[in-house]
Design a protein around this ligand. Structure first.
Ligand code: GDP
Length: 137
């Protein structure tokens, strides 16, 4: 069993499709181990995406992630990290396979509906960044 972190980004929250995205996870063998809606601060977003700090799009990324509430989810299941990445689709929704979350709910490379941890190690760090142990059940 693995755990991974998903974030439903501000664009998808604003489109009122939280339930539709959660259904993709539950219908594909992933379980919700924790879930909460938060407003990220610029400090939160900057720290969460610090690996991208030198990228030209970093400012836009922080601005976008703080533009409205997000839903932070811990997903649990067999191969949860890879399974979630498959369900999400490519970073650029124009390149995402049909039937993926980004193909169906995202409009652009920055407003791309969801985040998902890209390795088991990052998943552990990202879960610890947002959740206390007693919140993950
Ligand atoms: P992910 O793991 O598929 O989310 O992609 P990355 O880790 O490569 O990038 C993190 C996030 O930065 C992406 O989900 C996008 O929201 C954003 N991003 C990546 N590349 C670009 C870009 O070229 N322009 C902009 N504006 N945002 C980008």
């Amino acid at each position: 069993m693995e755990q991974t972190l998903s974030i439903i980004k501000p664009d998808a929250v604003a489109k009122n499709v939280i339930g539709k995205i959660v259904d993709r996870f539950e219908s594909n063998g992933l379980r919700i181990a924790s879930m909460k809606k938060i407003q990220m601060s610029a400090a939160d977003a900057g720290k969460f995406y610090e690996v991208h700090a030198q990228r030209p799009f970093f400012g836009e990324l922080v601005e976008f992630m703080t533009s409205g509430p997000v839903v932070i989810i811990v997903l649990e299941g067999e191969d949860a990290v890879a399974k979630n990445r498959k369900l999400m689709g490519a970073t650029n929704p124009k390149e995402a396979d049909a039937g993926t979350i980004r193909a169906d709910f995202a409009q652009s490379i920055d407003a791309n509906a969801v985040h998902g941890s890209d390795s088991l190690e990052n998943a552990k760090n990202e879960i610890n960044f947002f959740f206390a142990r007693r919140e993950v059940l």
